[in-house]
Design a protein around this ligand. Structure first.
Ligand code: SF4
Length: 322
């Protein structure tokens, strides 16, 4: 359905450098985000999802360090962009919605000014009037009455503040929006409302989304394809429907069993025994082997590679499939 790549990530590696040790938070991962698709990154806390998002946005700061790989956006190497190219890349081509809207918005500046600021910085030719008109348009787009444009962030509910962040992210008509836990702090009804709105805007405006959340159910509903991360590596990449109905990797299966089903009768939820490994003392071979019910001798010796599995577009990294 979506075939042309918008972003190509190859062997991306990100380290956190300490005084006495280095923790490899992302270990050589590769995936594409296609034009018009919503691609999700799933996995437990600390698996490296947000580290990937920050690297793609060129927001990695010390002690974080992108130590290898390439990120190509429409063929251009994002990791090599100079300051001027980076300014165009951020917001005009790729924008961001992060978890806490209250932190993203300046509490002492009316929201109109905050939207106009983004527009005026990147499209100065529009002038103040044009930027204000764009702010009105954006408020209407995300379903907030434009009469409220001059209110301050604290005068809005949590859900409305997150809609304002989405309005800012859309203000320059970007091709990709990176959303890192965009609805996590909100109650489930507001979460659903916002996700439905993003789906509607995405089909109307045609942008791609990198969607990051620990909520696998929400991700399966929203995304076209999903990459499952474990301990800094991609262990499975497949269509969202297959992740739910035909997971190939034992970790994906275990992750799926730890969430309530979206439809059908209630099921007993199973957690995943144990916890993810310390990135400074990783097990040899497959990183999931100490927690995997199917571990074989080879698993403790050889790290499995992410490979396409037969008769499918999906990829998984597991010796059971190779
Ligand atoms: Fe389990 Fe082995 Fe597959 Fe790792 S490679 S997920 S330990 S079966």
């Amino acid at each position: 359905m979506f075939s042309e790549s918008l972003m190509e990530v190859r062997n991306l590696t990100v380290d956190y450098v300490g005084e006495t040790s280095i923790a490899r938070a992302v270990n050589g991962i590769s995936f594409d985000i296609r034009k018009g698709e919503a691609f999700g990154l799933a996995g437990e806390s600390g698996c490296g999802k947000s580290t990937v998002a920050f690297a793609l946005a060129r927001l990695t700061r010390l002690p974080g360090l992108v130590s290898g790989g390439t990120v190509r956006f429409e063929g251009h190497d994002v990791l090599q962009f100079d300051k001027a190219r980076l300014k165009a890349y951020r917001w005009r081509e790729t924008s961001f919605v992060f978890q806490s809207a209250m932190n993203a918005l300046n509490p002492v500046i009316p929201v109109a000014e905050q939207i106009m600021d983004v527009v005026e910085t990147h499209q100065p030719e529009l002038g103040k009037r044009g930027a204000r008109a764009r702010a009105v348009e954006m408020f209407e787009l995300v379903g907030i009455p434009p009469q409220r444009l001059d209110d301050f962030p604290h005068q809005f509910s949590g859900g409305m503040r997150q809609r304002i962040c989405i309005a800012i992210a859309l203000a320059l008509n970007p091709k990709l929006i990176i959303m890192d836990e965009p609805t996590t702090a909100l109650d489930v009804v507001v979460q659903r409302d916002i996700i439905e709105q993003i789906v509607e805007l995405k089909s109307r405006l045609g942008f791609s989304v990198l969607f990051i959340t620990h909520d696998l159910g929400l991700m399966i509903e929203f995304c076209d394809r999903i990459g499952v991360m474990y301990s800094g590596e991609l262990v499975e990449v497949a269509a969202a429907s297959s992740i739910l109905t035909a997971p190939q990797h034992p970790y994906t299966r275990a992750l799926g069993n730890s969430f309530p089903p979206l439809t059908g009768p209630r099921q007993r939820l199973e957690g995943i025994a144990g916890s993810p490994p310390d990135l400074r003392a990783l097990p040899q071979g497959c990183r999931f082997s100490p927690r995997c019910q199917h571990a074989m001798a080879v698993c403790a010796e050889v790290a499995p590679e992410l490979r396409y599995y037969p008769q499918s577009e999906g990829q998984a990294a597991c010796h059971l499939l190779q």
